[in-house]
Each structure stands twice: as structure tokens, then as C-alpha cells.
Ligand binder design. Structure first.
Ligand SMILES: NC(=O)c1ccc[n+]([C@@H]2O[C@H](COP(=O)([O-])OP(=O)(O)OC[C@H]3O[C@@H](n4cnc5c(N)ncnc54)[C@H](OP(=O)(O)O)[C@@H]3O)[C@@H](O)[C@H]2O)c1
Length: 275
């Protein structure tokens, strides 16, 4: 009787009990750290996690960009804080994590989003300079390795954790003039699967989200029209499409999913489309 008066809830089975989750606030009380938070996908992920009730720690190298985003979130009554972290620098990563854990008591969710592709330096591997290769591997692969290694003790304390790497379909398929990027993003799958096996017993899940093509904010109309044609759904992927999937993987609803990669590319990687 009176069932219609109840708020819609989702029932989730955790390690020890069944909990009822408000589907609009799945991350209430969670502390989420997002690397590369000021970027186009990072800011969408940060906003989405905060909307779901998390306190989001915006991590990156540029205080100005991060503070601007934090202000925007706070303006919308969402909870955000800023931490300076260069993911290529071991000391920077460990200091930042420690500061967050000291201030908030724990870190529940880590989104490894910081990264860059070879878009601006398209060269075949044999023409590519080693400095660029080192920088790319250091940011896109060594960075997530350092942060994922550093965060475990904080997650172990609460017997809960979500690590989500933002990889790419390029890591699954390969792409000409992107060999170092493909290698780094493919490396995340090995990191994710191995760590998922290692830390599952602590209630920590590790997964990847692999976007297809997400246009930059400054992309031309011509480019946008071209991007639209590259997937089956015939629309442009938005940063929010990636953020929805991260929010799901971070939530209790995804508590039995670990060591998996979710491709969010509108079917772009399915293969030839008759042309
Ligand atoms: N856009 C796409 O089509 C696409 C497709 C597949 C996968 N991805 C992946 O999605 C992620 C986000 O991409 P995006 O398109 O949103 O790129 P973006 O707008 O350029 O954002 C990248 C972010 O990473 C940060 N960053 C770079 N190096 C860093 C470092 N050493 N330490 C800390 N932060 C660092 C940047 O911050 P600062 O430079 O200000 O420090 C920036 O906030 C990347 O991992 C990318 O490979 C993107």
C-alpha cells in the first residue's frame, strides 16, 4: 500500500549488506579525486561526480584553471576543492594524496583522467622524437600507475575504493601516428586488470572507460561535422557521455564490476560501415 509515496530507490548488495541508494545522489559522502580536472573531459567528470553528492578534489598543474572550476561548482552549491598535482612527479603525487587524506580522512574514488594525445605532434614512431615519447608515456601511463599505487593505503582503510582510468579506443585498436599514445592507453588495460586482481579483496574495483573522439571546445564547425560521421549514432560525443559512465562505475551499483573496460564511442570502433 502507499508504495507510490516512496522515493524511488535502487537496492545494492555490498560486501555485508543491502543498501538503498537515491539514484540522483549515488556518491553522497564520497571523496573523489579527479586528475586533469580542468580539461574538457575532466571538468565534465568532476561536475557529474559532484552533482551525485561527492566532494570532488580537482587535481592538476594549473591553480588558475582549477580554482575557476572550483568556483563554478561552488556557485552551483556543489562541493569541490583544489589540489596541485603533476602526475609525472612521484613526490607531487604522494604529497597531494597525503594532503587530501589528512584533510578529508580518506580517498574513495580516483579518476585517472590527466593525459594528452599526439594530436598536435602527428608523426610516425620512427620520426617521433624521444623527448615527446617519454613525456607522453610519463603522463598517460606512468602517471596513472603512480596515483593508483599511492591511493591504495587510503582506500584500504575504508574497505572501499573505485579507481577509473580514462583510456581510449586508440589503445584497443591502434592508430597511425599515435603509436606512443596507443601504447600508453593499452598499458592502462594491463595495469587495470592486474590491480583489480590485487585489490578486490579490499572492496576496491578498478576499471577503464575508453572514449572515442570527444571534440575540443574550440573545434571548428567543419571538424564537428566530420566527427559526427565517424560513429554509428551520428552525433558528436560530449564530455558528459564519458562522465555518465564514470559516475556509474564510481557508484555502488557497479560494485560487482572490476577489471573491465567500457567503450564509450557511439560505435565508432565497431569497424567498417559500408564505406
Ligand atoms: N578528447 C578525446 O577525443 C579523447 C579520446 C580518448 C581519450 N581521451 C583521454 O581523455 C583524457 C582527457 O582528455 P581531454 O580531451 O579532456 O584533454 P584536455 O582537455 O587537454 O585535458 C587534459 C587535462 O590533463 C591535465 N594534465 C596534462 N598533463 C598533466 C600532468 N602531468 N599532471 C596533471 N595534469 C595534467 C591538463 O591540465 P594542465 O595542462 O592544465 O595541467 C588537462 O586538465 C586524456 O587522458 C585523454 O587521453 C580523450
Amino acid at each position: 500500500m502507499f508504495g507510490f509515496l516512496k522515493k524511488p530507490r535502487i537496492v545494492v548488495k555490498t560486501k555485508t549488506e543491502y543498501v538503498y541508494v537515491d539514484p540522483t545522489k549515488r556518491l553522497t559522502d564520497k571523496i573523489a579525486l579527479v586528475t586533469g580536472a580542468s580539461g574538457s573531459i575532466g571538468s565534465a567528470i568532476s561536475y557529474r561526480l559532484a552533482l551525485e553528492g561527492a566532494t570532488v578534489i580537482l587535481a592538476g598543474r594549473s591553480a588558475d584553471k582549477l580554482n575557476a572550476l572550483a568556483q563554478q561548482l561552488k556557485h552551483d552549491n556543489l562541493m569541490a576543492d583544489v589540489i596541485i598535482m603533476d602526475v609525472t612527479d612521484e613526490t607531487s603525487v604522494s604529497c597531494a594524496m597525503r594532503k587530501v587524506a589528512e584533510k578529508y580522512g580518506r580517498i574513495d574514488i580516483l579518476i585517472n583522467n590527466a593525459g594528452f594525445s599526439a594530436r598536435s605532434a602527428k608523426k610516425m614512431l620512427h620520426d617521433q622524437d624521444i623527448q615527446h615519447i617519454d613525456e607522453l608515456l610519463s603522463t598517460n601511463l606512468r602517471g596513472p600507475l603512480l596515483t593508483s599505487r599511492e591511493v591504495i593505503p587510503y582506500m584500504q582503510k575504508s574497505d572501499f575504493g573505485r579507481i577509473i582510468h580514462v583510456s581510449s579506443i586508440v589503445g584497443l585498436q591502434g592508430k597511425a601516428c599515435h603509436a606512443e599514445y596507443a601504447a600508453a592507453k593499452a598499458g592502462l588495460f594491463g595495469l587495470m586488470k592486474s590491480q583489480a586482481i590485487e585489490v578486490g579483496c579490499y572492496g576496491i574495483t578498478v576499471n577503464c572507460v575508453s572514449p572515442g573522439l570527444v571534440p575540443r571546445k574550440d573545434a571548428s564547425e567543419e571538424k564537428l561535422a566530420k566527427f559526427q560521421e565517424t560513429n554509428c549514432l551520428n552525433r558528436i560525443c560530449s564530455p558528459e557521455d564519458i562522465a555518465h559512465t564514470c559516475a556509474f562505475l564510481a557508484s555502488n551499483e557497479a560494485c560487482f564490476i572490476t577489471g573491465q573496460n567500457i567503450v564509450v564511442d557511439g560505435g565508432r570502433s565497431l569497424g567498417l560501415r559500408g564505406d
